[in-house]
Design a protein around this ligand. Sequence first.
Ligand SMILES: *[C@@H]1O[C@H](CO)[C@@H](O)[C@H](O)[C@H]1NC(C)=O
Ligand SMILES: *[C@@H]1O[C@H](CO)[C@@H](O)[C@H](O)[C@H]1NC(C)=O
Length: 560
Amino acid sequence: MVVLTRSLLPLTSLLVSSVTASPIGESFVKKIARQDGSFYAITGVNTGTVEPRLEIRELKQQPEAWNLFLLALQRFKAMDQSDKISFFQIAGIHGEPLIPWDGVQATGDASVGYCPHGSNLFGTWHKPYLAVFEQVLNLKAQEIAAEFPAGPTRDAYVNAASKLRLPFWDWALPRPSNEKILTPLLSDPTAEVTYPNGTTATIVNPLAGYTFHPLVPSDFGYPWSLWTHTARNPRTNTNPSLPDNIDGVESFLVGTYNGIRNTLYQILTQYQTFNQFSNTGSEQTEIGTLEGIHNIIHGSFGSGHMGYPAVAAFDPIFWLHHCNVDRIMNIFQAIYPDTFVTAHEQFGATYMNEPGDVWDAETPLAPFHSSTSGDFWTSNSARPIPVFGSTYPELVDNPSNDTIKERINALYAPAVTSLKKRQAGAEHKPRAYLAVIEAPFALDGTFSVDVFIGDITTDGANWPTDPNFVGAQTMLAKPGLTSNAVVKGSVVLTEALQKKYDAGSLKSLDVDAVVEYLKTQLHWRVEKVRLLPLLCSPMPVLTGICNRIGKSLLASRCPI
Ligand SMILES: *[C@@H]1O[C@H](CO)[C@@H](O)[C@H](O)[C@H]1NC(C)=O
Ligand SMILES: *[C@@H]1O[C@H](CO)[C@@H](O)[C@H](O)[C@H]1NC(C)=O
């Protein structure tokens, strides 16, 4: 039997189970076991200490660490694409090319990658995924540090390498209005480095994209089969030169910033089960989900690689984005240690499963091995926060619940979390308002439901920049995939309503007045990933406006 693997590795223990039942029996299983030494054991950085992953702008403040990070990422990306632990092969685990990694054969739908979305394993699966990336990145950093001439400079670099972890990109960080959300560190075409021989140089910014070396068209579906490098929000999907439209990404991020912060604050400060908190597919929630926020960021990159799970991981920004997603999951775990992955049916297919399969906290996080003998990581084994030798700034000192909450408040508390009637003497409970959205899991691929309060003054391509845009629910899926399975989410309206009140268009904060106002002023649109024809579909149903006492009303329908 010829097994196509990324680097022609021996068969895996997953295959063992299918072989065990075959006539070949025991002896063949033992033979496989003897070959096992070559599974890649994912341990994270194993220099022996637990170090915080830093926000990229903070890492930039540490000259040796920053220089090492850039050089290490450059070297990692330059690795031969057939090497199992190359940037190319690791990025390819997520989706395309649709081939096994570390010998783990498909047991599900071989037309999609390993990454689970809309799944109770969404958050935990990405944990060893980040760890293997970080592990190789750190090995490169250690290699480079050792090339500096012996003496204090090398000592400083060796020390920096042992502490270097994958940085995160916090797209919800409080920001001065003159500072970009997509920090230029992630998009500048060039970066400055100092090589171990002391030469300084201007290099292609390793964070700005990935150039395939080479592009093998059969590795990817259309249009990625034509794209020789990753693209961010390209203006066309036919031009092979694919100029990035970074300004477009930035304006989408600015438009969705308040909505993301509001939902992020809500999911960190209101209890829900881990399954509800972590993903869009496994238990219905109105509070919002980590995966839902994460989808909006992917969607900001339009029809660039980041917009599609099949190819997203080839853009280096994917790793810093997911590091932030992992950080938020770990903060949630620290505050709510008693809830975790519980068994749930899978919404979608992956390389390892068909829809309807039930996964739980002991399900292998394939294809990630924890040992050279072929054991897999599971959600349970990956659960302890520092298990991969990394933690986050908010958690590094093992803070109390109250301290974590103070830190969340300092970072993410929106200006307004509830509407309070100001007239003296009136009895009025503060209220928060949410637009609850029930939308299909996929609508010919990736799409967003955009929510507005007030007239929509922009055309479709610019909806998120509309002054009356409040927030969105974005779903990511491969082009062509439509699923009527319903995903529930919400957009927080409270802060936007307060602004309408302050500006005078909402006259009163009485519940009845707010509800009447929303009946005429709340609008929604369905946005297909930009560049493709915009679509306003009656399919998603905006179920209503829901305040904490459960009042609801039907929202305006999307006019065609
Ligand atoms: C220093 O190293 C860089 C990277 O390997 C190389 O391109 C450059 O030519 C070297 N400079 C000198 C003076 O050797
Ligand atoms: C932290 O606070 C949350 C919310 O009040 C509570 O549910 C949780 O049990 C607390 N966690 C710990 C470790 O005390």
